[in-house]
Design a protein around this ligand. Structure first.
Ligand SMILES: NC(=O)c1ccc[n+]([C@@H]2O[C@H](COP(=O)([O-])OP(=O)(O)OC[C@H]3O[C@@H](n4cnc5c(N)ncnc54)[C@H](OP(=O)(O)O)[C@@H]3O)[C@@H](O)[C@H]2O)c1
Length: 242
């Protein structure tokens, strides 16, 4: 059995990836998010709100069960939020930084930390995929906390891979950018005000010109990538290269 723990499997990219993986009866998917939308014999849901860090800490043991017979153990930190769109210093409540970092960085780091610790002696092949973004590689006005959170995910992934290499564990860690995908998050981007986000028109054009990838297409590419990680040696990868 292959075990895939996917955060944010209730919609968007995470859901499409979970549904793609569930086509193979050897795969078990554990979805972690606030809501559940998948009904399948090989799907298990763990409800959790990542903006409540103490509750996440309290429930970690429910996610990472022993899975003694697993041949492959995969953690996909996919859940993410854009946060409030707007310029820093222009009416942004301070607690919104904490919210974006809790969901996009702190909880993914806690999950990765627990996954590596709990399964350290497990003989299965182990892979961690942290879903990143192009927005972690260059600044986008109006998205300061989102850009910073994804840059943190890239560096966290690179550092943990370096550590795993030094320990010779064979664990592979990736920071994977999915490209521009037609999900709820993109809808939120298109609704923003141009005075708080100068590129809004470009994102509206992506939708009008059918330039957004579908979640299903991206879910399929990530599933193929997961079956073929030996071909990818860089930690920071993009669906565009797959
Ligand atoms: N779409 C794009 O163009 C794009 C581009 C680059 C990177 N990404 C990245 O891709 C990942 C998936 O994005 P998406 O576009 O598929 O987004 P989406 O459709 O908005 O889905 C987000 C997922 O995250 C979960 N989530 C949100 N807040 C949560 C919370 N407080 N606690 C637990 N789970 C929470 C949601 O589940 P619940 O609502 O059930 O909690 C949902 O399943 C994100 O990391 C995003 O940054 C997306």
């Amino acid at each position: 059995m292959n075990i895939y723990i996917i955060t944010g499997a209730s919609k968007g990219i995470g859901k499409a990836l979970a549904e793609e993986l569930l086509k193979d009866e050897n795969n078990l998917v554990v979805g972690v998010s606030r809501s559940s939308t998948i009904k399948h014999l090989n799907y298990r849901h763990q409800p959790l709100d990542f903006s409540d860090v103490p509750a996440v800490e309290h429930n970690l043991h429910k996610i990472f069960l022993p899975y003694k017979d697993a041949q492959k153990l995969v953690l996909i930190n996919n859940a993410g939020v854009l946060g409030d769109i707007g310029y820093v210093g222009e009416g942004m409540p301070n607690e919104r930084f904490e919210f974006v970092f809790d969901v996009n960085v702190i909880v993914p780091a806690m999950l990765m930390n627990t996954f590596l610790e709990v399964y350290s002696q497990h003989p299965a092949q182990k892979v961690v995929v942290n879903i990143s973004s192009g927005a972690g590689k260059y600044p986008v006005d109006g998205w300061a906390s989102y850009c910073a959170s994804k840059a943190a995910i890239d560096m966290l992934s690179q550092t943990v891979q370096l550590e795993q290499d030094k320990r010779g564990t064979g664990v592979k860690v990736y920071a994977l950018s999915p490209g521009v995908v037609d999900t709820y998050m993109q809808g939120q981007i298109r609704e923003s005000d141009a005075s708080r986000f100068s590129a809004v028109e470009k994102f509206k054009q992506y939708k009008e010109n059918n330039e957004l990838a579908s979640p299903e297409e991206v879910g399929q590419k990530i599933a193929n990538f997961l079956n073929n990680t030996d071909a990818y040696n860089n930690v920071v990868v993009s669906v565009r290269d797959m």
